[in-house]
Design a binder for this molecule. Structure first.
Ligand SMILES: [Zn+2]
Length: 396
């Protein structure tokens, strides 16, 4: 389970959720992930994530596995993650649709010719109908991205050594989902390139907006997820996977039915729990939470731009900073906390604050000190969110 922690102070509270799961008989491996994008915005370094993870593990005497994930990296920035990370999410979304070399396409078509016709995958009722044209289209769309994943993978392998790291291939931050057939051949092409990936993060059908519930057809998702999970060698990673409460019963059912694991990557929502905890604390901490919202409201366009494919904010549903200024602690916390049936819950406000962590970073020591002063209250929100709203619903 991927756990982001933008400001690096919640590792101990996050780990407590995994301890409680372990006591309940479920071993979940925590993976502290942080993307290059987040490091740039918060001005942190990959080493900081390693320090936090090691510190939390030592403090809590955690004896099971844990990893530090260089999240959404590519060949231009992998270098600085090599020492501190042992998990790498190779993001090749930007390379989808770029033309591969003729000779690579020819090799792909030759290699996968044997799958043409009616392809049955054990467990999947309907056959996949594979034509040469379909293979050409898949190569045209994905082969360049596969080659790119292979190049990043080699860079890591040269430095870390074979089998000394975990690799995930991600293509989730795009608008169009990959179909189960496409995923089959993408994984095949990765194997052909000797990319030994542990997990793959496709873009699933529907919207996976950051920090809020799934938007889309749950039945269509479930069918796609089930077919994806049944493909040989597949272990799925669900990105922006936190808060998708309406999907969890289906994901849990399918995992149990086929005895398969997944990697569930939470969307860096730990930071939202920090803001909730600060709001609950009242006084200066509540004012700080309101200040963060007010600034995010003014700078909405800038903050949202890097996250366009993974948020959907309706500006008309955002309360004005003046309105929020009059809120008490309870009202703010209930508006932000993800409890779908609660009359105060506001998913638009929640998504805006989600992308507003840059503002907290600008508050610098003021923000960090507020977290330290209110550590127990903030930590209780981090724990409760991870354990009660996520781990319990999916894994227990
Ligand atoms: Zn992702």
């Amino acid at each position: 389970m991927g756990i982001g922690d933008r400001f690096g102070l919640q590792g101990i509270y996050q780990l407590q959720a995994f301890e409680k799961a372990l006591q309940a008989g479920v071993e979940i491996t925590p993976v502290w992930n942080k993307s290059n994008r987040e490091h740039t915005i918060v001005h942190s370094a990959p080493d900081d994530v390693r320090t936090e993870a090691d510190h939390a593990v030592k403090e809590r005497k955690w004896r099971k596995d844990y990893f530090v994930d260089a999240d959404h990296i590519n060949n231009s920035n992998v270098e600085k993650f090599l020492d501190s990370s042992d998990f790498f999410t190779l993001d090749v979304a930007d390379f989808i649709g770029k033309p591969a070399q003729e000779k690579d396409i020819a090799a792909f078509l030759y290699f996968f010719k044997k799958y043409q016709g009616s392809l049955m995958v054990p467990g999947i009722a309907r056959p996949f109908e594979i034509t040469e044209k379909a293979l050409q289209e898949i190569a045209g769309k994905y082969l360049f991205a596969v080659k790119e994943a292979a190049a990043i993978y080699r860079t890591i392998e040269n430095k870390k050594g074979k089998d000394n790291f975990i690799a995930e291939v991600s293509m989730d931050e795009v608008n169009n989902p990959q179909t189960p057939i496409e995923l089959f051949f993408i994984m095949g092409a990765l194997a052909m390139e000797k990319v030994s990936f542990s997990t793959i993060a496709p873009k699933f059908t529907g919207r996976f907006n950051k920090g809020v519930d799934y938007v889309g057809d749950i039945k269509t998702f479930a069918k796609e997820f089930e077919e994806d999970i049944l493909e040989p060698g597949s272990k799925l990673s669900v990105h922006s996977g936190s808060d998708k409460f309406s999907l969890y019963p289906e994901i849990a059912r399918i995992m149990r039915q086929y005895n398969k694991g997944i990697h569930l990557k939470t969307a860096g929502t730990t930071w939202l729990e920090e803001v909730t905890g600060l709001a609950m604390a009242g006084g200066d901490a509540l004012e700080l939470a309101k200040g963060i919202y007010a600034k995010a409201y003014q700078r909405r366009a800038d903050l949202c731009a890097p996250y366009a494919s993974v948020i959907d904010i309706n500006p008309s549903r955002l309360p004005s900073p003046e309105t929020v200024h009059a809120w008490n602690a309870d009202k703010f916390a209930h508006s932000l906390r993800h409890v779908p049936g609660h009359p105060d819950f506001n998913p638009d406000l929640r998504q805006l604050i989600h992308v507003g962590y840059k503002i907290a970073a600008e508050y610098g020591s003021v923000y960090l000190n507020a977290l330290l002063v209110n550590a127990d209250l903030v930590g209780s929100q981090v724990f409760e969110n991870l354990y009660e709203r996520h781990i319990r619903r999916i894994f227990l």
